[in-house]
Design a protein around this ligand. Sequence first.
Ligand code: MEV
Length: 448
Amino acid sequence: MKKTISGFSRLSKAEKVAWVAEQFFQGPEQAAEELKGFWHQNEEVQRVLDGFSENTISNYYLPFGVAPNFLINGRAYAVPMAIEESSVVAAASSAAKYWMSRGGFKAEVLSTRKLGHVHFIWEGDVQKLQRHFQELEARLRHDAAHLTANMEQRGGGVLDIRLRDMSQLEPYYYQLEVHFETCDSMGANFINSVLEEFSSTLQIFVQEHPAFEGAERQLEAIMAILSNYTPECIVRASVECPVEALAIGPDDPMSPEEFVRKFTKAVRIAQIDPYRATTHNKGIFNGVDAVVLATGNDFRAIEACGHTYAARDGQYRSLSHCTAENGIFRFWLDLPLALGTVGGLTRLHPIARRSLEMLGNPSAPELMGIIAATGLAQNFAALRSLVTTGIQKGHMKMHLMNILNHLAATEQEAREAVGYFSDKAVSFTAVREFLALARREVRVKGKG
Ligand code: MEV
């Protein structure tokens, strides 16, 4: 059977579905129907969704949930989360509620700078280029003015332009490092357009300027691109309270002092061991990514940046920190987050638009705070479970519903299973056996 094709992108959507179904599925007609079953009933909405990507044949659904009761800088939020992993939204909600009665979260944007580079190879005299750098900078700014004018009106634009000598690492390699303020937009398109303009101006500059001669007139621009590493676009989310206020109630699994001792140790372990740090930070990104995705932002960029930041001193470490001094427990997270609340998908994707509306249409810095607080809440909830009951208890309770769905349990069976497993360990085998027994009993009753 032929499984390759030329001109796939030119097929209509129905033709694409038919071809994929025919080539790759056992029951092509049923598969095609199923894929089409996830098309949006509103054609206009579907057209918008199709416009985000290429070769779309259907929509991929993820649960869209809400974690209410987030108190951040004194303001209450219900946080929208798009995530498939059971217990993430429940954990965020529970941590949010817990901290709501202990003063809530503080979020502080430390800086909002983004940056990008023109990477180039040049066999010229770098000191000469440095001497004429002011002139070059004026020319760069002048030539890109048509791109920057609008952003400047909004209070942003190009902040700094620097020449970085990288020739110690790679012969004749230099960078123009450009710092940007992009206000409420993530700014990827803006930054890349400006950098490409800078790249051509730079080449023309050395070609035309009388200071340069011979081989110096040849400058090879390798690429012009933003950096997703934005250590100066950073927010701090924190919580704090007296140690004794950490108590939940009489059925607490441990005293607040014991809890704090184990909790701070857990954070310390994630500081010193990359194996644990990776899982610890994954828990933070459970919360972060879910809100980033719900608000139409680029979760790959956020993840890549966060992990680079976690390894900034040469070893991968925890992104969160914790102290317990003079009877005060403090827990915080510094996270680089290059986000937008205008542009990109933020206003085009109908659910992203609703997510932003649910958050009160925040500015980009406000959204940075909300997302960092969600990451911190997630991390707190995970560590609280890990150092007390372990995570499987809560996790498998949530997972029970997935297993029941997988085994096609009826509503009545699911209700009975939830009751039965309320004080027992959940596993796939245990649930399967429970259902088999329940179904056998029903058959026997039916016969009798
Ligand atoms: C699971 O998705 C996330 C955790 O493993 C995070 C952690 O271990 O801190 C629970």
